[in-house]
Design a protein around this ligand. Structure first.
Ligand code: IPE
Length: 266
């Protein structure tokens, strides 16, 4: 049984899918990440992954984030958005179980409700029991029901922030498709400078400038992701943002070793 504070790993959709395509999973990266997670061997880990080219294009097509507008096709769109997320989640679960990680998937649409896009209700009973038995819960950005909007998109980043604060996480590791945060997009700008260390005040200053993602992103790109993390850093929880597409950064970050990336602390 474990009552230890959890470590939370967010795997960005940009790392495990090709965000410029549709339903394009990067299975080699998913497999390598599963291997790194197994090697880190944490018994109090919670994994949350993003949607990338699975959730975002479908959610954008049907306007799921903005809510239900009395359009019956949107209901099918909601169901489809949730479904494609379960397909991506299935690939992540396949890799984790193949690598002998005792991972169990939790569908956020079945245990979270939002109010105008913000988490309002979470039934934690099953997650708590999984943690006690040292399973590794795996959640993901999902289409969820919303009190005011009918439904919306709950990002993996909001889930990470909520779980980190609720369970007083030891730390958060965010795996993305770049080596941490930069002052410009390193994929298009060779002069982009990495931020190696950011304080809360510095994070607040750079957050609005972090910009959009490549491809369709209904949850606000890097600026949206970092906005979710600000309250977490305010609570004194350490955040490491590092590359998940190249070997060992996630393993190293999970096991408290130095990585190429951005360390964020209060
Ligand atoms: C998005 O989750 C989920 C859906 C669009 C249904 P995230 O916002 O966490 O996904 P990424 O990491 O940006 O791809």
């Amino acid at each position: 049984m474990s009552d230890a504070k959890p470590v939370i790993l967010k795997i960005g959709g940009s790392a495990i899918t090709d965000k410029t395509g549709e339903l394009a999973a990067k299975t080699e990266i998913i497999n390598r990440l599963a291997e790194e997670i197994k090697r880190a061997d944490l018994d109090n880990l919670i994994i949350v992954h993003g949607g990338g080219s699975f959730g975002h294009p479908t959610a954008a097509k049907y306007g799921i984030k903005e809510g239900y507008k009395d359009d019956p096709t949107q209901k099918l769109g909601f169901a489809e958005t949730h479904h494609v997320m379960t397909v991506l989640n299935g690939l992540v679960m396949d890799a984790l179980i193949w690598h002998e990680v005792p991972a169990i998937s939790i569908a956020p649409s079945s245990c979270f409700l939002t109010d105008n896009g913000k988490i309002k209700f979470f039934d934690e009973t099953v997650l708590k029991q999984m943690q006690k038995m040292m399973f590794t819960p795996v959640l993901y950005g999902d289409a969820v029901l919303d009190d005011k909007l009918g439904f919306t998109v709950l990002s993996g980043d909001q889930l990470v922030a909520y779980l980190a604060i609720r369970y007083k996480a030891q730390k958060i590791v965010v795996g993305v498709d770049t080596d941490g945060l930069f002052d410009a997009d390193p994929k298009t700008n060779p002069n982009a400078k990495p931020y190696k260390h950011l304080t809360l005040a510095e994070l607040k200053q750079i957050q609005p400038k972090l910009g959009k993602a490549t491809g369709t992103d209904v949850t606000g790109g890097m600026a949206g992701k970092i906005a979710e993390l600000i309250p977490v850093v305010e609570q004194g929880i350490h955040v490491t943002v590092t590359g998940a597409t190249k070997g060992l950064s996630i393993y190293r970050a999970l096991t408290d070793q130095s990585v190429l990336g951005t360390e964020i602390e209060k």
